[in-house]
Design a protein around this ligand. Structure first.
Ligand SMILES: Cc1cc2nc3c(=O)[nH]c(=O)nc-3n(C[C@H](O)[C@H](O)[C@H](O)COP(=O)(O)OP(=O)(O)OC[C@H]3O[C@@H](n4cnc5c(N)ncnc54)[C@H](O)[C@@H]3O)c2cc1C
Length: 378
């Protein structure tokens, strides 16, 4: 017998669950409980690079980016909380004609959807933007100067505070072990037993285990992303989040230093910090010679929510059971707008412009794959 009954229970306090709590409250839902197994922002959100970019290759993801950029650019003002926005830009580069053609097509799509500030650059133009880059083997790239980076846990803190001000209750260290349907409601079994009229799973790469009992198999899986923070580097220089799609070579500004990594969609066997740093140094000799011997200040590893077709899984799994998870490594930017769309769907007033039907968790393959996931393509 459940001790407590609530209107909506949100499971998972990453950027998605916290944003959903806030947007449901904005939509007028008055009885919301946000549950988190550990601490808010302790999952993928806490390890995120926080890159926010308009550069995607499908209309839906570009529209989510437009909304995500708006969310992060205005969050500090809207929530009256520290959520700094660093407009460093975003730069994809390649030496492969097929990838270059894909980047050009994606830039065209972004322009056609009203995001016109995207630049297709040749090697010399790239060097004008980032003089520290090496041009050997480079064909070109796409650059969006008004993209930027955030610290996603700043967003979590601001959203939790704003949700709480609107009456949302929350509990940390409350792991849901199992979900059961009672017919009319849902029973959540954790440190205690709770009953909820509606449940939303915002449990990132943990979601698969919670939905398997209902017959839903999701491709979402955790992939460890090994990165490092360097000592101060490239002083005074512009450092967009720069990714070489041929090799997975990545550089991003972090204070006076940089975040560096070599990113694979699937790590090779035995991959870890030692091998990543060896590969980075080798690749840097060509792509960013001044960084080949950069001193490392700190190692960092966090799991990314990879898998599937590059689009998140969002919608109703069974009557009153909803989910939003599996962002393919871009949930910091797309989590807040997706949470807003889900909140509207849950209260029965779906967004009049953007249909999220194609994100149905039960979808089978066959839709348009989003290929601009930030990782090595070859
Ligand atoms: C290294 C790294 C770099 C990244 N870079 C970027 C980037 O540049 N740009 C970008 O947009 N995205 C990036 N991402 C991806 C982005 O961070 C994620 O897509 C996003 O944070 C997912 O948010 P979430 O709320 O879905 O999941 P999470 O943040 O993982 O939150 C899920 C929460 O659910 C909780 N939970 C799980 N199971 C239960 C349970 N049974 N009961 C209660 N609570 C539970 C977990 O503890 C966790 O806090 C990156 C991620 C990593 C790791």
């Amino acid at each position: 017998m459940a001790k407590e009954r609530v209107g909506v229970a949100i499971i998972g306090g990453g950027i998605v669950g916290c944003a959903l709590a806030y947007y449901l409250a904005v939509e007028g839902e008055s009885d919301i409980l946000l549950l988190e197994a550990e601490e808010f922002g302790s999952g993928a959100t806490g390890g995120s690079f926080g890159g926010v970019r308009q550069q995607f290759s499908t209309p839906l993801e570009v529209e989510l980016s437009r909304r995500g950029l708006e969310f992060w650019r205005t969050a500090e003002r809207r929530f009256g909380a520290p959520v700094p926005w660093h407009e460093d830009g975003y730069l994809f580069v390649t030496g492969q004609p097929a990838i270059m053609a894909g980047l050009e097509a994606a830039a065209e799509l972004q322009r056609s959807l009203g995001l016109t500030d995207v630049h297709v650059l040749g090697p010399e133009q790239i060097q004008e933007v980032v003089p520290w880059i090496g041009l050997t083997g480079l064909l070109g790239g796409t650059y969006t100067p008004r993209d930027g980076r955030v610290t996603p846990t700043d967003g979590v803190a601001a959203l939790v505070r704003a949700a709480r001000a609107r009456g949302v209750r929350h509990r940390e260290h409350w792991r849901v072990q199992r979900l059961e349907s009672t017919g009319a409601t849902w029973r959540l079994l954790g440190p205690d037993v709770l009953e909820a009229e509606q449940v939303a799973l915002c449990t990132g790469y943990w979601t698969g285990d919670l939905v398997r009992p209902f017959g839903l198999e999701l491709p979402i899986r955790p992939v460890p992303l090994y990165s490092a923070i360097t000592a101060p580097a490239l002083p005074g220089m512009r450092v967009p989040l720069t990714l070489d799609l041929d090799t997975g070579f990545l550089v991003e500004r972090e204070g006076a230093g940089l975040v560096i990594a070599v990113i694979y969609e699937e790590n090779p066997p035995g991959y870890g910090h030692a091998r990543m740093l060896e590969e980075f140094a080798e690749l840097a000799r060509v792509r960013a010679p001044s960084l080949a011997d950069t001193r490392i200040a700190r190692h960092v590893v966090a799991n990314v929510d990879m898998g599937g077709d590059g689009h998140p899984y969002v919608g109703e799994i069974a009557p009153g059971l909803w989910m939003a998870a599996g962002f393919g490594g871009h949930g910091a930017m797309h989590g807040p707008p997706v949470a807003e769309l889900l909140a509207k769907a849950m209260v029965g007033r779906p967004d009049p412009v953007l249909d999220i039907g194609s994100l149905d968790p039960w979808r089978t393959t066959g839709g348009q794959v989003e290929w601009m996931v930030a990782a090595r393509k070859s």
